[in-house]
Design a protein. Structure first.
Length: 301
């Protein structure tokens, strides 16, 4: 009896390439933009995390999909990377020359953290993380009029998420530790972006979507919340007095931003709920410190 050969399973598409070619502003290479197909049960929305990341349930047909990895443009030749919204607006000659001169060093740095990445194939989780790391290093050289600090904050936070995803898929390779590094970088850049905004050095309005994720813009209120959340979760613990001063400062900022928990049509529901929880957590930590007789000075310097 002849055994019927089993036909190979047809791969189900999750992305497509747009017809219009993109051009790298640095090396002028043309390349295609890979975009995510969202219909047909590919994206099954899950809960929103306290870090304002939208989670997605794995699809039985398509498996696990990571929408964040397609938000960064990465040139397949020079590997310069940035948010898609900046691709056609980078025209600063000094920045472009600096990026060209830094190409090999940048590629080596990224490959040490995300080995064997490839920007000439359908993007994988590892490729996406590598694209974000390239973008972080590229934005280090961007001019202030393009508001690189807030973009580096957003990139670092997403990098932390993606590193945790890689650690889930391939544990015991140190990506959980790398995620913690990017969380702390995100904390610094988010807080620094507020300082630069107040000093009129960089404007937050240069970023059309403050995210932090790709599905929803939580705006300035979300930024205030994230500054407090990241300080609470990933801030230093060595100098207790400094820690509680900063936490108290963010607790007050959250209270002002959200009207001490009063509902408002202008405040997104999930963000309001997470902000209330963060406010309570910070308040409880400070109260507990008082109860165990830690000398806390919350007065202004």
């Amino acid at each position: 009896m002849r055994i019927k050969e089993k036909k190979p399973e047809k791969l189900l598409a999750t992305t497509f390439y747009s017809k219009q070619k993109q051009k790298c502003p640095v090396c002028k290479t043309e390349f295609e933009k890979e975009e995510l197909l969202s219909g047909g049960g590919r994206l099954i929305a899950g809960p929103l995390t306290d870090e304002l990341r939208r989670t997605y349930e794995p699809s039985a047909k398509y498996g696990k999909i990571y929408p964040q990895i397609y938000a960064i443009a990465a040139c397949p030749k020079c590997h310069c990377a940035m948010l898609w919204s900046d691709l056609n607006f980078l025209d600063n000659k000094e920045t472009i020359n600096n990026l060209l001169n830094d190409e090999e060093k940048r590629k080596k740095s990224v490959a040490e953290v995300f080995p064997h990445y490839n920007f000439s194939r359908n993007r994988t989780l590892l490729d996406g993380a590598a694209a974000y790391y390239h973008a972080l290093l590229c934005y280090e050289k961007f001019p202030t009029n393009m508001s690189p600090t807030i973009k580096k904050a957003q990139i670092c936070l997403r990098l932390a998420w993606l590193c945790n995803d890689i650690n889930t898929e391939s544990p015991h390779r140190g990506y959980d530790y790398i995620a913690q590094v990017f969380y702390r970088k995100a904390m610094f850049f988010y807080q620094e972006s507020l300082i630069l905004e107040m000093k009129h050095i960089e404007t937050l309005s240069a970023l059309t979507n403050l995210g932090p994720d790709t599905d929803k813009n939580y705006g300035y209120d979300g930024l205030i919340y994230l500054c407090g959340l990241l300080e609470y979760k990933y801030g230093q613990h060595e100098d207790k007095n400094l820690r509680f001063k900063k936490l108290d400062e963010y607790k007050r900022a959250i209270a002002r931003s959200f009207g001490l928990g009063k509902t408002s049509k202008n405040k997104p529901g999930p963000l309001l709920e997470h902000s209330r929880e963060l406010y309570d957590n910070i308040n409880n930590e400070i109260k507990d410190a008082h109860n165990i007789d830690i000398d806390i000075d919350l007065s202004d310097d």
